[in-house]
Design a protein. Sequence first.
Length: 254
Amino acid sequence: MLKRLERIANDTAGRLAGLFPSDLPAALAAAGCDPIETESVWVQEKESGAKTAFCVLQKNGRASLAAEADADTEELRAFLCASGAREVQAAVGLLTALGMPAQTRCDLMRLEMQIPPEAETAFITDGLDKIYDLLVTADGTPAAADEKNAWIARNARGIFGGKTLLTAALADSGEPVACAAADLFGDYAFLRDVASAQNFRNRGLARACVCTLCEPLRERNKQVFLLAAESTAGFYRKCGFIKTDTVGPGNIKS
């Protein structure tokens, strides 16, 4: 039976990930849980009270799902189809069981070996607008002003709440030319937003940002993990990460 959590708090992501310890797909599903951006959280449990799955519904129409082998996939599928969400992110095996095959696939990777940074970087607490501009420029995808404001607000909350770390490599002018960020929850840290400016690539700056970021996370005994497209998996292997699973978004069809 699926039950809705009555309250989404700052520690909800950590508590969700703790339902299935050492399960990175579950940690990934929990990573996006946020009191402001999450619509609702649902937990599936047996009559005995044992938890078998959880689903995070976001206000942007996306869902993330984690489930144990004995979860009721029929109930989960029916719930997702009625939820109004457009797509669900989960491990490829779970998507197949739900009849919602992955549209694309990404490698779920965890940090196996700490690699020393080979370039100077700094931890960032302000100037987030410049970091966002770097990400957009590096990606080549135009972004609306409201998306920028939402990204800055989310990361500012995380940084000053002790839930987000952000590193950057700076040019002589002081402008950021490479960056990496991580969100901390429970026993985990989710690495994201890794980029470098076009004119500063192939200098090891993005890798230095990642490696610098991972140092304090390992010291805190966090399991550091990330999602990597096929084109970037090799880069992260050089940063000390290994593949543990395959995940993707699946279309939800009512």
